[in-house]
Design a protein around this ligand. Sequence first.
Ligand code: C2O
Ligand code: CU
Length: 487
Amino acid sequence: MSISRRQFIKAGGAALTMGVLPYGTLRIARAASQPRTREISLVAAPGKMSLDGRESFSAWLYNGQPGGPEIRITEGEVLRVKLTNELPKPTTIHWHGVPVPNAMDGVPGVTQKAVAPGASFIYEFKAQPAGSYIYHSHQGLQLDQGLAGSLIIEPRSDPNPPDREYTLLLEDWAATDGGGPNASRRRPPMGGMMGLGMMGRGMRGRGMMGRRGMRGSGPPLEPIYDGYTVGGRAYPGIKPLMVKKGDRVRLRLCNASAITVYDLMLAGHKLTITHADANPVNPIETEVLRIAPGERYDVEFIANNPGRWLLMANESGYGESGLKVPVLYEGVRPGEAAPPVFRRGLRFVRYWDLVRPEPKPLEKGKGQGRFYRQVLSGGMHSSFWTINGYVYPQAEVLAAPLGERVRLSYLNRSPMPHPMHLHGHFFRVANPNLPQELWISKDTVIVEHMERVDIEFVADNPGRWIHHCHNLYHMEAGMANLVEVKA
Ligand code: C2O
Ligand code: CU
């Protein structure tokens, strides 16, 4: 695999050279510069999932594979995916983070009609820019049933390739009672954060306990997550990540979980963040990495501490999550791996610590720009989650004239963090500590409790785009609206 990759990089270099040749070679040059198309087939169908020896439960999977097949493609190639729907329900695929043309974005009722059971649909778009992405169903709660995978767009040439690279697709599973959205419920709607007395008053009887929310007037409530996988496998049944002393190892962390925000630590090593949501950042070391649903981070570590170690996650705010992956040095006998210690006062990198490696001034945009305040609420006296008080689809449509600069200013007045995600665009995360040209680009940003976070982007991708919290249950309970980019 690494050989064919090297060959392809060589071919890419040749095409580049041909581009500057004189007219006589135009025919060849054109053929060479014609982007290669990669065809992939994804079949969404019911399947079985089992978490390392535990009773299996039903899941919906792509190509029968928990964690989905990983899609790898080189930047600039065309990705053509035939989705075949063998589910009993309509479905779609969303290419999370990739700024695809609107019609390829895979949001039912917004960018396409959902693909009916038995039908198929072809997605086709240019794979760019390079980076770590996720693909997942955007229909209802299907992501939570297992319909997700990783999409890696490799750069045409990597100036600084690591010695080893692993993709870690993180997923949370509700494995009891048949699994998925039908599993037993988490105490609504705030998990372990509050007593029942307060809940009782707040919920006014609507979908208060158990599953009533599914059928009653309220939105579906979160199930109880009791299983965690990396690439579809749960600890201890997961293969250790093998490293050799001296290796520089890259991990592509992609959080495809429905609701879980992880605080990740690797015992015996420090992680250096190099990319956030496919965009490069100035490499920065961190003891703990917080990653929310929809976020991706590329991190690296130097294998300079031979032994057996655990990469492990706490669930932000709840303690140990159960997400674990052993890291094993070559030549070290397999066995119990040392866990990291989540002691108090660990150093945490926040967005404000991340700096763009190459300064890039904000694009001016035409017109005088748009400013939208986005107040995030819910969780207290309602089982709905809202933006500016609206419950999607009865929600605002934010007008973003083509070419204008748009600022969304989030204020989170709810008790939970919200990973807010915008389709079709990367945005800059406004950082009061840095000059604008150093603000990083992302497509998903956590807004913590009582925090204000501003993002800015130029509306350069025409169409109606959904903008929502990537906690699947918050989205399904209304925390979404639309951004409409038109000339
Ligand atoms: Cu991961 Cu609306 O998307
Ligand atoms: Cu949310």
